[in-house]
Design a protein around this ligand. Sequence first.
Ligand SMILES: NC(=O)c1ccc[n+]([C@@H]2O[C@H](COP(=O)([O-])OP(=O)(O)OC[C@H]3O[C@@H](n4cnc5c(N)ncnc54)[C@H](O)[C@@H]3O)[C@@H](O)[C@H]2O)c1
Length: 316
Amino acid sequence: MKSRILIIGACGQIGTELTMKLRERFGEDKVVASDIREGNDELMASGHFETLDATDFKAVEDVIFRYKVDTVYLMAAMLSAIAERFPAKAWHLNMTSLFNVLNLAKENKIKKLFWPSSIAVFGPTTPAENTPQTTVMEPTTVYGISKQTGERWCEYYFNKFGVDVRSIRYPGLISYTTEPGGGTTDYAVDIYHRALKHGQYRCFLKEGTILPMMYMDDAIRATISIMDAEEEEIKIRSSYNLAGVSYAPEDVTASIKKHIPDFEISYDIDFRQEIADSWPNSIDDSRAREDWGWKHKFGLDEMTAIMLENLQPKYN
Ligand SMILES: NC(=O)c1ccc[n+]([C@@H]2O[C@H](COP(=O)([O-])OP(=O)(O)OC[C@H]3O[C@@H](n4cnc5c(N)ncnc54)[C@H](O)[C@@H]3O)[C@@H](O)[C@H]2O)c1
């Protein structure tokens, strides 16, 4: 029997779409979804599902053994906004889950590992425009600290033990299938729901807050292509910068107004503003482009059209 893929944290914003895409590509039997909660109906009906706590080494090892898994995508994590409320829990989840899979790879129980990092690894002292791959990194959030530390450990496990771990620093991701999981860029998804439901949106980030974003299809394509790349093409074993589009709340408002002319935005900023202010405005992803051929496809207006079209039936 051929080996299988395990996705841990498969029922979240990224995991749901990644699972469906991998099942489409490799066959339903080849992709095991797992999470501490159940996913949407489509995901649950389309293949294997295991209830699995990413922090439980024995349980993860057991699923890997039972399904003959050779590739793991670790998507379980506590995201930026929630992590500020539960620092110790966030640290425990984000680090223990990573060590578990890194150690399983070190013991040759899996061959290949994907672990996502984030633009949250950067901080207020990082150059905000066109942020380079290698630069000052002094993250000021619990989440950012956990991702930066995770990057260092990934590189360490590659250098010391030859672990084939691959990683991307995702920007804020925009999708309509699953609700976002408590990050600072969540406004950029919520705004479409509110535009359709109420014709207005109260934004928790202020005007002018430019952040790097990406449409989910681009993020999934990047994830699959970095995993498809030959081992020697992956020259960065901490995590690759990845860029799509950069915009502020007023830009997405203008884009929505092209479809819903009466749409209005107001601003009521909260603690997430400080997090957003510490992150870059735009990202230099030339290393991902050079090393494994990355190129983004979706711009803001294309994303807006797709989001509104696909969310519309929900609010009819
Ligand atoms: N969505 C984004 O915009 C974004 C941006 C940058 C990086 N990332 C990273 O991508 C990864 C996935 O993000 P997401 O947006 O899909 O997050 P999400 O919060 O939507 O999904 C995470 C999933 O992990 C599950 N989970 C939580 N604790 C678990 C545990 N102990 N064991 C197993 N599963 C557990 C949750 O139930 C959830 O389904 C995370 O590492 C996140 O930091 C996401």
